[in-house]
Design a protein around this ligand. Sequence first.
Ligand code: NDP
Length: 442
Amino acid sequence: MSEELILVTGVSGYIASHVAKLLLEDGYRVRGTVRDLSDEGKVAPLKALVPDAKHPIELVEADLTKDDGWDKAMEGCAFVLHMASPFPDLTTANVPEDALVKPAREGTLRVLEAARAAGTVQRVVLTSSFAAVHGEAAVDPEKNYNEDDWTDVESPDLDSYTKSKVLAEKAAWDFIKELPDERKMELAVINPGFVLGPPLMESHKGSTSVNYMTQIVNRTYPAVPKLMFPVCDVRDVARAHVQALTLPEAAGKRHIITTDSFWMKDVALAASKEFRPQGYNIPTCQLPYFVVWMAGIFNKTYKNHLLPRLGKVMKVDNKRMVETLGIEPTALDCTVQDMIYAMIDLGIVRKAKKYKQVGSRAEVPPAANGEIEDEKKDKGTEKGGEEQEKEKEQEEEKKELEPEDKEEKDEEIKKDDRQPSEAKEEKKKNNEEQKEESEAEK
Ligand code: NDP
C-alpha cells in the first residue's frame, strides 16, 4: 500500500502533522492540503518533518469554504484522511456558530464529493471528536460512554464547536450510505478525547491543545476548575488514523481515542512533578465553584458548558482503540511532560533559569505505559534506592518553592504519606463539598 497516494487535509495542524510524519516514516506517499502555500511558518517545517522520507511530502492549496483546489488535491489518491476543521479555543475566543459549523459540515461534504468524483479513493478516515459522542453539559456518572452514543445536536447547551463536529460526522455517514454501489467508498471515524502531547512545529502554538498547556505552564490562571474529561496522546491519535486507513475491521466504525478520563488537576500535577523543580510555577489548586460561576456571567461557554460539568465524573470506553486498532495508551505523565519539553524546545513557552532538560523528548517514540516510571526507577537504583531519591527530590522542591507554593507542596507530600483512614476522611469531605456545590448550583 505504501506506493499508493494518501491525502491529508489540514496537514499543517497539530494532530495532522503527526499523522503525516508517521506516514512519511512508514514510506507512504503523502499529499497534504494547506490554506496558504506562501505561509513559510507552516510550509517549511512540514517539508522538514522527515528529511530522508522515501517520498517527499507534496503540498497543495485548498480551503474548506471554497471549491477551488479539491479536485486537483484528490487526483490519484487511494486514501483520504480528512482532518481539517476550524478548532478555536471557545473559552478565550467568541466565534460565531456559522464560522464553525459551515466549514466543518459543508467542507466535509466538499471533500467527500471530490473523493467520490476522483473515482480512485477506497477509504476516507474522518477526524471527528469525542464531542460528537457526548457533548452535552449533563454527564451520567454511571455510564461508560462508547461509540454507540451520539451527542444530541438539538440539545440547547451545545457550544458551536461541538455542533460543528456532530453535524460534520453525521453528514459524512449519510453521504457514504447514499453512495450507489458502483461508487462505494469506505468510511472510518476517529473520535479523540482532548488531545495532549508534543507539538512538532512552532506554529502549533495557536492550536487549542497547545494553547491549553501554555496557560498551565505560564500560570495564566492560579488554579484549575474541577473538570474531568477524556484525554489522549497526540501520538496515539496519529497511530489510530494510520491503523484506521488499512485495517479491514475499522471500516464503517467510529473509534474513541482516550487514555482515560482525568481531572484537570491530574494534568496539572503531571506537569508540576516534573517542571516545578525546574522553575515552573504550575497551578495545581482547584478553582472554587463560585469563581467559575462568576466567570460564567461574562463567558457563555463557562456558564452553559463548564459550570454544569464541575465535579462530575465521566467514564469513557477505549476498548475499540485497544482491541481493534491495537493501540496501547501512552501514560498521562509521559504525554504531559513530553508536551511541555517540546513546547520549551520550540520556544512556545519560556525556558526557566532552572530548566535542566537537554534536548527534546518529543522525538522519543510513544512510550508504553510506565516508561517514565522505569526511567525513574533506574535513576533511583543508581543513587541508592528509589525511596531515597524521592525524599531528596521532595526536599529540593521544598527549598526552591515560594512560601505560598511551599504550603501547597507540603500538603501534597502529607497526602502522599497519610494513612488510609485519613484518605477516607478526605474523600468524605470532598463528597460533602461536592454535594454542597451541586446544591448551590440548584
Ligand atoms: P489545529 O487547529 O492544529 O488544526 C486544524 C487544521 O484545520 C489546520 O491545519 C487548519 O489549517 C485547518 N483548517 C481550519 N479551517 C480550515 C478551512 N476553512 N479550510 C481548510 N483548512 C482549515 O487543530 P487540531 O490538530 O487539534 O485538530 C485537528 C482535528 O482534530 C480537527 O478536526 C479537530 O476538530 C479534531 N479534534 C481535535 C482535538 C484536540 O484536542 N486537539 C480533540 C478532538 C478532535 P490552517 O493551518 O491553515 O489554520
